[in-house]
Design a protein. Structure first.
Length: 356
């Protein structure tokens, strides 16, 4: 087996020229190996005879940012920031004054630090959209915008009173008074509110209007709320006092047609009432409770309870058809009808809908 002989490594040292280096976040780079653009980067430069700090040039590009984009009048402070670069992309030097234009305000005392200028500001308490910009070393930024909105928590929320009584089976418009904050700013369109109507039986109705033209409005179909209710509106954390919503009682448009006819096969009398219309021109709702009592000339009587279907009620009573004329008492949510009625011809069909 052959043994490898040790090899001596001889390093020949010649005089070498130590060049300039540029330091950045990626390490040290020989100045001869970088591009012309990179050579213009500001920062620390290492030379054989020492280190120097390459200063940036004057500002060339000014970028401005303002936030939050929506500020509550009299409550929120805004923050405006500029990023300031020279023509090579270096951040500008420290201690350069920045002139901020913030809507109607002008702030000139901020100075740059690490190439950044910033200022906290309290906008004027007037709602609207405002322009902002900044200038440094005679270089101006593009414009930016910020918005000031009404202070919803300072609004004295009130409901518009209802004129007269609400009519059944119609659409009623419920509205708040104009929504203005303590500075006179109007709430923005699209802000959501909530209207809660509490009824006498403990049930409640909830409406979700949005602000339009300075007030919150909603439509209410006045159906199945015979006792009306009390309405409270909430906007954010603010609630209004309760407003009464009186509802006009239902009335009939015309007296309901009542008809009696004989069923001789079973010695009974059939009864039919309807159509029953409200004073709004609609059929009284299905399921409305009704009751009829019919008394013959002999004093014999019969009673039936039921409910409406398609505005009518139909049933039969165990009365002698020959015991007429008959006294009829028919009760609905609209009122009670009294009528002396003789037998008439039977209408087409004899379906006993609605009978209990």
């Amino acid at each position: 087996m052959k043994l490898l002989s040790p090899i001596a490594l001889v390093l020949l040292a010649n005089n070498a020229h130590a060049g300039d280096f540029v330091s950045d976040g990626f390490g040290l780079v020989p100045a001869t190996a970088i591009s012309e653009q990179r050579a213009a980067w500001a920062g620390l430069i290492v030379r054989p005879d020492g280190e120097i700090q390459q200063p940036p040039e004057d500002a060339e590009t000014v970028l401005i940012f303002v936030g939050p984009k929506s500020l509550v009048a009299g409550v929120d402070d805004g923050h405006a920031v500029t990023l300031n670069f020279d023509r090579h992309g270096n951040f500008v030097a420290d201690d350069l004054p920045v002139d901020f234009r913030l809507g109607p305000q002008r702030v000139t005392d901020p100075e740059t630090r690490y190439g950044i200028g910033d200022v906290l500001f309290r906008p004027d308490p007037s709602a609207g959209v405002f322009l902002t910009g900044a200038t440094i070393q005679e270089r101006q930024s593009a414009r930016a915008t910020y918005r000031v909105t009404a202070d919803l928590e300072s609004i004295k929320l009130q409901n518009q009173p209802v004129e007269g009584q609400l009519s059944f089976e119609t659409f009623a418009t419920l509205s708040t008074a104009p929504l203005t904050d303590k500075f006179g700013n109007v709430a923005n369109d699209g802000v959501s509110a909530k209207m809660t109507i509490t009824h006498g039986d403990g049930a409640f109705t909830v409406l979700t209007p949005v602000v339009s033209d300075g007030s919150a409005q909603s439509k209410l179909l006045t159906r199945d709320i015979p006792d009306g209710g009390a309405m409270t509106t909430t906007l954010g954390l603010v609630a209004s006092a309760a407003t009464d919503l009186p509802v006009q009682p239902l009335g009939d448009l015309v007296p309901a047609e009542l008809r009696l006819w004989a069923i001789p096969e079973i010695e009974a009398v059939a009864f039919r009432a309807g159509p029953i219309l409200t004073d709004a021109g609609h059929l009284l709702n299905d399921g409305a409770s009704v009751k009829v009592t019919v008394q013959g000339a002999s004093g014999a009587s019969a009673t039936a309870d039921g409910w409406l279907l398609d505005g009518t009620f139909q049933t039969f009573l165990t009365l002698d058809p020959k015991d007429g004329p008959f006294e009829v008492e028919f009760s609905t949510p609209l009122g009670t009808y009294h009528k002396r009625q003789s037998l008439r011809a039977a209408p087409g069909g004899m379906a006993l809908e609605g009978a209990e």
